[in-house]
Design a protein around this ligand. Structure first.
Ligand SMILES: Nc1ncnc2c1ncn2[C@@H]1O[C@H](COP(=O)(O)OP(=O)(O)OP(=O)(O)O)[C@@H](O)[C@H]1O
Ligand SMILES: [Mg+2]
Length: 311
Protein backbone atom coordinates (compact mmCIF):
# COMPACT_ATOMS: atom_id res chain seq x y z
CA UNK A 1 0.00 0.00 0.00
CA UNK A 2 1.19 3.53 -0.76
CA UNK A 3 2.47 5.37 2.28
CA UNK A 4 3.97 8.58 0.93
CA UNK A 5 3.15 10.05 -2.45
CA UNK A 6 3.93 13.27 -4.31
CA UNK A 7 1.51 14.16 -7.09
CA UNK A 8 2.36 16.78 -9.71
CA UNK A 9 4.89 18.34 -7.34
CA UNK A 10 6.65 21.44 -8.70
CA UNK A 11 9.30 23.39 -6.78
CA UNK A 12 11.02 26.58 -7.88
CA UNK A 13 13.82 28.84 -6.66
CA UNK A 14 13.32 32.47 -7.68
CA UNK A 15 16.71 33.83 -8.79
CA UNK A 16 17.99 36.92 -10.60
CA UNK A 17 18.03 34.79 -13.80
CA UNK A 18 14.37 33.90 -13.37
CA UNK A 19 12.63 30.94 -11.73
CA UNK A 20 14.80 27.83 -11.47
CA UNK A 21 12.42 24.90 -12.02
CA UNK A 22 14.23 22.42 -9.77
CA UNK A 23 11.32 19.96 -9.61
CA UNK A 24 8.73 19.96 -12.35
CA UNK A 25 5.43 18.08 -12.03
CA UNK A 26 6.89 15.03 -10.37
CA UNK A 27 4.81 12.00 -9.36
CA UNK A 28 6.57 9.67 -6.97
CA UNK A 29 5.38 7.12 -4.43
CA UNK A 30 6.79 5.05 -1.60
CA UNK A 31 4.96 1.99 -0.38
CA UNK A 32 4.78 0.54 3.12
CA UNK A 33 8.08 -1.20 3.92
CA UNK A 34 9.33 -0.44 0.43
CA UNK A 35 12.96 0.42 -0.44
CA UNK A 36 12.98 2.89 -3.33
CA UNK A 37 15.87 4.68 -5.01
CA UNK A 38 16.09 8.05 -6.77
CA UNK A 39 19.06 8.41 -9.10
CA UNK A 40 20.29 11.14 -11.41
CA UNK A 41 23.30 13.36 -11.95
CA UNK A 42 24.18 16.39 -9.85
CA UNK A 43 21.59 19.16 -10.18
CA UNK A 44 18.77 16.84 -11.30
CA UNK A 45 16.57 18.01 -8.41
CA UNK A 46 16.81 14.93 -6.16
CA UNK A 47 17.49 16.76 -2.88
CA UNK A 48 14.96 19.49 -3.64
CA UNK A 49 12.30 16.85 -4.31
CA UNK A 50 13.04 15.04 -1.02
CA UNK A 51 13.13 18.26 1.02
CA UNK A 52 9.85 19.37 -0.58
CA UNK A 53 8.19 16.04 0.21
CA UNK A 54 9.22 16.28 3.86
CA UNK A 55 8.39 19.97 4.26
CA UNK A 56 12.03 20.75 4.92
CA UNK A 57 12.48 23.16 2.03
CA UNK A 58 13.84 26.54 3.07
CA UNK A 59 13.17 29.90 1.33
CA UNK A 60 13.58 30.99 -1.38
CA UNK A 61 12.60 27.46 -2.47
CA UNK A 62 8.84 27.02 -2.69
CA UNK A 63 6.29 24.46 -3.77
CA UNK A 64 4.23 26.01 -6.56
CA UNK A 65 2.05 23.04 -7.51
CA UNK A 66 1.06 19.56 -6.43
CA UNK A 67 0.37 17.70 -3.24
CA UNK A 68 2.21 15.33 -0.90
CA UNK A 69 0.04 12.62 0.60
CA UNK A 70 1.06 10.68 3.69
CA UNK A 71 -1.49 8.01 4.63
CA UNK A 72 -3.78 9.95 2.29
CA UNK A 73 -3.44 13.31 4.11
CA UNK A 74 -2.00 16.23 2.14
CA UNK A 75 0.78 17.24 4.53
CA UNK A 76 1.43 20.45 2.59
CA UNK A 77 -1.97 21.69 3.78
CA UNK A 78 -1.26 21.18 7.50
CA UNK A 79 -0.24 24.12 9.67
CA UNK A 80 3.45 24.32 10.64
CA UNK A 81 2.47 23.50 14.21
CA UNK A 82 0.46 20.39 13.22
CA UNK A 83 3.24 19.15 10.98
CA UNK A 84 5.98 19.76 13.54
CA UNK A 85 4.01 18.10 16.33
CA UNK A 86 2.66 15.04 14.55
CA UNK A 87 4.90 14.33 11.56
CA UNK A 88 8.40 15.85 11.47
CA UNK A 89 10.94 13.28 12.70
CA UNK A 90 8.21 11.25 14.44
CA UNK A 91 6.71 9.95 11.16
CA UNK A 92 8.92 11.36 8.41
CA UNK A 93 12.68 11.56 9.03
CA UNK A 94 15.57 12.51 6.82
CA UNK A 95 19.31 11.96 6.77
CA UNK A 96 20.45 15.07 4.92
CA UNK A 97 23.06 15.23 2.19
CA UNK A 98 26.36 15.91 3.99
CA UNK A 99 24.76 15.16 7.36
CA UNK A 100 27.91 13.35 8.47
CA UNK A 101 29.24 16.80 9.26
CA UNK A 102 25.98 17.92 10.85
CA UNK A 103 26.83 17.08 14.45
CA UNK A 104 27.75 19.94 16.78
CA UNK A 105 31.50 19.52 17.39
CA UNK A 106 31.50 20.47 21.09
CA UNK A 107 29.00 17.88 22.39
CA UNK A 108 29.32 14.11 22.57
CA UNK A 109 27.26 11.93 20.24
CA UNK A 110 25.34 10.56 23.23
CA UNK A 111 24.35 13.98 24.51
CA UNK A 112 23.19 15.05 21.04
CA UNK A 113 21.03 11.93 20.71
CA UNK A 114 19.63 12.51 24.19
CA UNK A 115 18.76 16.09 23.31
CA UNK A 116 16.63 14.99 20.35
CA UNK A 117 14.76 12.46 22.51
CA UNK A 118 14.26 14.91 25.38
CA UNK A 119 13.02 17.64 23.02
CA UNK A 120 10.23 15.31 21.98
CA UNK A 121 9.40 14.21 25.51
CA UNK A 122 10.88 10.72 25.08
CA UNK A 123 12.92 8.81 27.60
CA UNK A 124 16.58 9.83 27.16
CA UNK A 125 18.47 7.40 29.40
CA UNK A 126 21.89 5.87 28.79
CA UNK A 127 20.27 2.53 28.02
CA UNK A 128 17.97 4.10 25.37
CA UNK A 129 21.02 5.62 23.68
CA UNK A 130 22.87 2.34 23.92
CA UNK A 131 19.96 0.50 22.21
CA UNK A 132 19.75 3.16 19.53
CA UNK A 133 23.46 2.85 18.75
CA UNK A 134 23.15 -0.91 18.70
CA UNK A 135 20.39 -0.61 16.06
CA UNK A 136 22.94 0.90 13.66
CA UNK A 137 25.74 -1.50 14.68
CA UNK A 138 27.63 1.04 16.76
CA UNK A 139 29.32 0.21 20.03
CA UNK A 140 28.03 1.84 23.20
CA UNK A 141 31.39 3.60 23.67
CA UNK A 142 30.49 5.89 20.74
CA UNK A 143 28.05 7.72 23.06
CA UNK A 144 30.85 9.36 25.04
CA UNK A 145 32.87 10.37 21.98
CA UNK A 146 32.92 13.71 20.18
CA UNK A 147 32.05 13.84 16.46
CA UNK A 148 35.70 14.39 15.41
CA UNK A 149 36.63 11.14 17.14
CA UNK A 150 34.44 9.12 14.75
CA UNK A 151 35.23 7.86 11.25
CA UNK A 152 33.02 9.03 8.38
CA UNK A 153 31.14 5.72 8.37
CA UNK A 154 30.57 5.87 12.13
CA UNK A 155 29.28 9.44 11.88
CA UNK A 156 26.88 8.43 9.12
CA UNK A 157 25.58 5.54 11.28
CA UNK A 158 25.21 7.87 14.25
CA UNK A 159 23.22 10.28 12.13
CA UNK A 160 20.98 7.44 10.92
CA UNK A 161 20.49 6.54 14.62
CA UNK A 162 19.45 10.13 15.29
CA UNK A 163 16.96 10.06 12.41
CA UNK A 164 15.53 6.79 13.75
CA UNK A 165 15.38 7.93 17.37
CA UNK A 166 11.70 8.93 17.23
CA UNK A 167 10.70 5.74 15.38
CA UNK A 168 9.60 7.25 12.06
CA UNK A 169 7.65 5.33 9.42
CA UNK A 170 9.63 6.81 6.54
CA UNK A 171 13.39 7.36 6.36
CA UNK A 172 14.72 9.45 3.48
CA UNK A 173 18.50 9.28 3.06
CA UNK A 174 20.17 11.74 0.70
CA UNK A 175 23.52 10.51 -0.65
CA UNK A 176 24.33 8.66 2.58
CA UNK A 177 27.47 7.11 1.15
CA UNK A 178 29.16 10.06 -0.53
CA UNK A 179 32.74 10.62 0.70
CA UNK A 180 32.97 7.09 2.13
CA UNK A 181 35.25 4.33 0.86
CA UNK A 182 33.64 1.56 -1.20
CA UNK A 183 33.59 -1.00 1.61
CA UNK A 184 31.95 1.43 4.04
CA UNK A 185 29.49 2.46 1.31
CA UNK A 186 28.34 -1.15 0.98
CA UNK A 187 27.95 -1.55 4.76
CA UNK A 188 25.76 1.57 4.95
CA UNK A 189 23.51 0.25 2.17
CA UNK A 190 23.31 -3.13 3.92
CA UNK A 191 22.45 -1.35 7.17
CA UNK A 192 19.56 0.46 5.46
CA UNK A 193 18.35 -2.84 4.01
CA UNK A 194 18.41 -4.47 7.43
CA UNK A 195 16.71 -1.51 9.16
CA UNK A 196 13.94 -1.52 6.58
CA UNK A 197 13.26 -5.19 7.35
CA UNK A 198 13.73 -5.17 11.13
CA UNK A 199 11.95 -1.89 11.89
CA UNK A 200 9.36 -2.26 9.13
CA UNK A 201 10.09 1.25 7.84
CA UNK A 202 10.00 2.56 4.26
CA UNK A 203 13.27 3.86 2.88
CA UNK A 204 13.80 6.37 0.08
CA UNK A 205 17.44 6.45 -0.94
CA UNK A 206 18.86 9.23 -3.10
CA UNK A 207 22.10 8.65 -4.95
CA UNK A 208 23.99 9.29 -8.16
CA UNK A 209 25.61 5.88 -7.85
CA UNK A 210 23.38 3.35 -9.63
CA UNK A 211 25.81 0.46 -9.24
CA UNK A 212 25.83 0.83 -5.47
CA UNK A 213 22.07 0.51 -5.05
CA UNK A 214 21.35 -2.00 -7.80
CA UNK A 215 21.10 -4.92 -5.36
CA UNK A 216 19.32 -3.01 -2.62
CA UNK A 217 16.35 -1.07 -3.95
CA UNK A 218 13.15 -2.69 -5.14
CA UNK A 219 12.08 0.18 -7.33
CA UNK A 220 13.89 3.09 -8.88
CA UNK A 221 13.20 6.58 -10.22
CA UNK A 222 15.65 8.26 -12.57
CA UNK A 223 15.48 12.06 -12.57
CA UNK A 224 16.77 14.39 -15.24
CA UNK A 225 16.54 18.21 -15.15
CA UNK A 226 13.73 18.31 -12.59
CA UNK A 227 11.58 15.54 -14.06
CA UNK A 228 11.27 11.76 -13.76
CA UNK A 229 12.42 10.11 -17.01
CA UNK A 230 12.14 6.46 -15.98
CA UNK A 231 10.49 4.54 -13.17
CA UNK A 232 10.15 0.85 -12.50
CA UNK A 233 11.17 -2.26 -10.59
CA UNK A 234 14.96 -2.57 -10.25
CA UNK A 235 14.90 -5.99 -11.82
CA UNK A 236 13.51 -4.56 -15.09
CA UNK A 237 15.59 -1.40 -14.94
CA UNK A 238 18.96 -3.04 -14.43
CA UNK A 239 18.23 -5.80 -16.96
CA UNK A 240 17.59 -3.14 -19.61
CA UNK A 241 17.37 0.57 -18.83
CA UNK A 242 15.05 2.11 -21.44
CA UNK A 243 15.59 5.88 -21.41
CA UNK A 244 18.74 6.99 -23.28
CA UNK A 245 19.66 9.05 -20.20
CA UNK A 246 19.40 6.01 -17.90
CA UNK A 247 21.52 4.03 -20.34
CA UNK A 248 24.14 6.81 -20.27
CA UNK A 249 24.00 6.98 -16.49
CA UNK A 250 24.72 3.25 -16.23
CA UNK A 251 27.60 3.31 -18.70
CA UNK A 252 29.03 6.26 -16.75
CA UNK A 253 29.51 3.89 -13.79
CA UNK A 254 33.02 2.45 -13.55
CA UNK A 255 33.29 -1.34 -13.20
CA UNK A 256 36.16 -3.54 -12.05
CA UNK A 257 36.34 -5.41 -15.34
CA UNK A 258 36.34 -2.42 -17.68
CA UNK A 259 38.37 0.74 -17.49
CA UNK A 260 36.21 2.41 -20.11
CA UNK A 261 33.82 5.00 -18.69
CA UNK A 262 31.62 6.34 -21.47
CA UNK A 263 29.95 9.25 -19.67
CA UNK A 264 27.30 11.50 -21.21
CA UNK A 265 28.64 14.37 -23.29
CA UNK A 266 27.19 17.83 -22.64
CA UNK A 267 25.55 19.38 -19.59
CA UNK A 268 22.18 19.67 -17.86
CA UNK A 269 20.04 22.42 -19.41
CA UNK A 270 19.60 25.72 -17.58
CA UNK A 271 16.65 25.07 -15.27
CA UNK A 272 15.74 28.77 -15.39
CA UNK A 273 15.40 28.61 -19.14
CA UNK A 274 14.15 25.16 -20.10
CA UNK A 275 13.74 24.31 -23.77
CA UNK A 276 10.39 22.98 -24.99
CA UNK A 277 10.31 19.25 -25.65
CA UNK A 278 12.46 16.62 -23.98
CA UNK A 279 15.20 18.20 -21.87
CA UNK A 280 17.68 15.47 -22.75
CA UNK A 281 17.44 16.16 -26.51
CA UNK A 282 20.75 18.09 -26.90
CA UNK A 283 22.67 15.19 -25.32
CA UNK A 284 20.64 12.31 -26.71
CA UNK A 285 22.17 10.05 -29.39
CA UNK A 286 18.67 9.10 -30.58
CA UNK A 287 17.09 12.58 -30.71
CA UNK A 288 14.33 13.06 -33.30
CA UNK A 289 12.38 16.12 -34.46
CA UNK A 290 9.48 15.45 -32.08
CA UNK A 291 11.88 15.44 -29.11
CA UNK A 292 12.75 19.12 -29.71
CA UNK A 293 9.10 20.06 -29.88
CA UNK A 294 7.06 18.05 -27.38
CA UNK A 295 7.72 16.97 -23.81
CA UNK A 296 7.26 13.17 -23.66
CA UNK A 297 4.81 11.89 -21.00
CA UNK A 298 5.66 8.85 -18.86
CA UNK A 299 4.35 5.78 -20.70
CA UNK A 300 4.22 2.11 -19.77
CA UNK A 301 7.08 0.16 -21.40
CA UNK A 302 7.30 -3.45 -20.21
CA UNK A 303 7.05 -3.33 -16.42
CA UNK A 304 8.36 0.26 -16.33
CA UNK A 305 7.26 3.79 -17.17
CA UNK A 306 9.48 5.83 -19.48
CA UNK A 307 9.30 9.43 -20.72
CA UNK A 308 10.78 9.09 -24.19
CA UNK A 309 9.45 9.40 -27.73
CA UNK A 310 11.37 6.25 -28.75
CA UNK A 311 8.62 4.21 -27.09
N1 LIG B 1 18.73 27.67 -2.71
C1 LIG B 1 18.76 27.57 -4.04
N2 LIG B 1 18.67 28.65 -4.83
C2 LIG B 1 18.66 28.55 -6.19
N3 LIG B 1 18.75 27.37 -6.85
C3 LIG B 1 18.84 26.26 -6.11
C4 LIG B 1 18.87 26.27 -4.68
N4 LIG B 1 18.96 25.00 -4.23
C5 LIG B 1 19.01 24.22 -5.34
N5 LIG B 1 18.93 24.97 -6.47
C6 LIG B 1 18.95 24.48 -7.85
O1 LIG B 1 18.00 23.46 -7.99
C7 LIG B 1 18.49 22.46 -8.87
C8 LIG B 1 18.38 21.11 -8.20
O2 LIG B 1 19.29 21.05 -7.11
P1 LIG B 1 19.37 19.81 -6.13
O3 LIG B 1 20.30 20.16 -5.03
O4 LIG B 1 18.00 19.39 -5.77
O5 LIG B 1 20.02 18.69 -7.08
P2 LIG B 1 20.54 17.23 -6.72
O6 LIG B 1 19.96 16.31 -7.75
O7 LIG B 1 20.26 16.93 -5.31
O8 LIG B 1 22.12 17.36 -6.98
P3 LIG B 1 23.36 16.67 -6.19
O9 LIG B 1 23.47 15.26 -6.77
O10 LIG B 1 24.52 17.50 -6.57
O11 LIG B 1 23.07 16.68 -4.75
C9 LIG B 1 19.91 22.86 -9.25
O12 LIG B 1 19.86 23.49 -10.51
C10 LIG B 1 20.28 23.85 -8.19
O13 LIG B 1 21.18 24.80 -8.70
MG1 LIG C 1 21.44 16.59 -3.70
Amino acid sequence: MTLLEAKGLSIVFPTSRGEVKAVDQVDISLGEREFVGIAGESGAGKSTLALGMLRLLTPPGKVVAGEVLFHGTDILKLTDEQFRKDYRWTKLAMVFQGSMNGFTPVFTIGSQLKEVLALHGREASDSTISKLLETVDLDNSIASRYPHELSGGQKQRAFIAMALSLEPEVLVTDEPTTALDVITQATIINLLKRLRKELGISVLLITHDLALISEAVERLYVMYAGGVVEEGPSIDFFAKPKHPYSQGLLTSTPTLTSNEIKGIPGFLPDLANLPPGCRFTPRCPFAMEVCKRDYPPLKGVGGERVACWLY
